[in-house]
Design a protein around this ligand. Sequence first.
Ligand SMILES: Cc1ncc(COP(=O)(O)O)c(C=O)c1O
Length: 419
Amino acid sequence: MKDLFEKIYRDKGPLGKWASHAEGYFVFPKLEGEISNRMKFQGKDVITWSINDYLGLANHPEIRKVDAEAGIKYGSAYPMGARMMSGHTSLHEQLQDELAAFVNKEAAYLLNFGYQGMLSTIDALVNKHDVIVYDVDAHACIIDGVRLHMGKRFTYKHNDVESLEKNLERATKMAEHTGGGVLVITEGVFGMRGEQGRLKEIVALKKDYNFRLLVDDAHGFGTLGKTGAGAGEEQGVQKDIDVYFATFAKSMAGTGAFIAADKEVIDYLKYNLRSQMFAKSLQMQLVVGALKRLDMLRTMPELKENLWKIVNALQSGLKERGFDIGNTQSCVTPVYLQGSVPEAMALVRDLREKHGIFCSIVVYPVVPKGVILLRMIPTATHTLEDVEETLIAFSAIRERLENGTYKRLSAAVVAELGE
Ligand SMILES: Cc1ncc(COP(=O)(O)O)c(C=O)c1O
């Protein structure tokens, strides 16, 4: 018999194998200073394009004040216990009511974290007779939620409605056989590449197929739609989303999440969401902070306007310079380049050290081999000067990528670890 840890000692995994070259710099970097458009990395000032603080609330003085006052008033323990037992308060209820109204649903329920909340939501919505159909490129929280499912599941090609329909046909047959129903899951905005889920076309399929739709709108909430209610509002189909999910970790610059749906569905979930039944309630400081943030989302449309001014300047500037930014329809701004993982490392080092630009780098196995994805998150705190500086830097690094500079610089890494 093998030692359980044998595989851990032998194989660090597709990302872990780079740890000795990557840790502290490309992964687990320490960004320091106040959360904003410019922070410090290893003592150097950098323009930061890797933080999901879309509306610039993380460090807004009014938010800092409310967070601090709530900390003084409630401490970090209150309330103790799960919602069902001893962790329920009027402010939790108030936040739920306000969130539900904001996203145009009858009711909402708070989740401690988006990731585990989504797992639990999927788990609670289906039983072993039901069939799940979900986008193959869905966020890990959806994939892991589906892993809990004891019944059948089908994936459809990324954002491909034809493929969804094919799989809906299979799922419908299967559900007729098992006596269950069908749950379709997509994202409102795909966080890696920035395309919006094709919600309008997906809900149109409800005419021909009987299914319920769960949408993870982590990146759409606060950034899309006239009022900021997200991708459903943007596409005019919010009412056809059966269960709407968003996290506080992005536009709300906080911690926590929520689901919103018809009251009867939320009443059911309230009694069946294991992530909330068997875990301590969302702490009060976060609830009070979320109420304030939501109020600002509602009453300060200029936050979203500032965000989109930067998004539009960055995305059109990149396109004008001939960069491939894929098919983004949101603030998420991907820049696709061609090169190996070691070249990507040399390129990002150059961006940070020479140009003072900090953005996330995504490589194989998250994207296909040979693709370098620089993922940029514009925020309301960025300025047009930040954009201009970044565009100049991007042109410079592309030139060095194409003339082989990064290949030469990364030759030693390739010799040691391969591509
Ligand atoms: C699409 C999507 N869903 C869910 C989550 C998880 O949310 P949380 O950070 O609140 O756990 C994230 C990341 O934050 C996300 O990008």
